[in-house]
Design a protein. Structure first.
Length: 242
């Protein structure tokens, strides 16, 4: 199997059928043998039912994971651990990024240039058609500065929280098998674990449209975010000592 696509979803009943069809069309257009895994994070609006009722079409396997509500990291982790592809990716629900834009990331992985490829909204060739509200942009800048200073992540990474990431399949299953973060800081934990194993991370530009209906509201949870960052660093430091 060439590519596994994981879609984490929480109360996305209006969006998930389109997400599935777009991913299926992408796989077929590229001649890729693939699967789509919808990781439903305990939705209460019938998202899982809507996903199961969607026809992915010929040649594409669709699976729906009905999970308890645990957070985005929990959903992505469970989805990634179920992947079987030579390459694996997750992409947020809502069609914020055209699927055709991820092809350069897949090619970087195929050529062996890196083990992890991240979409980035911050590269010179990236195009933002509908930006985030000002308060979210300000929070994003402060968050990146805090993360770089506190966790010491490489400064060449411009957009650690973009909701589209691709991996060599075995690397994805290894890293997510170790991940413990259930919330939106899971991206950072995976990056820290990747760095400890000397996995290479490259970014690729995308066209991006802000989903104003996003379920993620990190700016409302600043204190919780800071405490989670501290806990994450302590956990990784403790593991390193052991």
């Amino acid at each position: 199997m060439d590519l596994s696509i994981v879609i984490p979803a929480y109360n996305e009943v209006r969006k998930i059928p389109r997400d599935i069809r777009e991913c299926a069309d992408f796989l077929r257009a590229g001649g890729l043998a693939g699967e789509i895994i919808v990781a439903d994070d305990g939705s209460t609006d019938g998202t899982a039912d809507a996903a199961e009722a969607t026809d992915a079409g010929a040649g594409v396997e669709l699976r729906v994971l009905r999970l308890r509500h645990g957070g985005k990291g929990w959903a992505v982790r469970n989805g990634m651990m179920q992947t079987r592809g030579d390459y694996a990716m997750f992409i947020d629900s809502g069609s914020c990024i055209p699927l055709e834009d991820v092809r350069p990331g897949l090619e970087m992985l195929r050529r062996g240039e890196c083990e992890i490829a991240h979409a980035s909204r911050k590269l010179p060739d990236s195009v933002i058609t509908i930006p985030q509200p000002l308060h979210r942009r300000l929070f994003s800048r402060m968050f990146r500065l805090l993360v770089m200073l506190y966790l010491g992540l490489p400064r060449h990474l411009t957009d650690t929280q973009c909701g589209c990431k691709m991996y060599r399949g075995d690397v994805a299953r290894e890293l997510y098998g170790m991940c413990r973060s259930d919330g939106f800081l899971f991206d950072l934990e995976v990056l820290m674990r990747a760095r400890a194993r000397n996995y290479r991370v490259k970014e690729f530009p995308v066209h991006w449209t802000c989903d104003r209906d996003s379920r993620l509201k990190p700016a409302r949870q600043v204190a919780h975010t800071i405490s989670d960052l501290i806990a994450l660093k302590r956990m990784l430091r403790s593991e390193a000592k052991r």
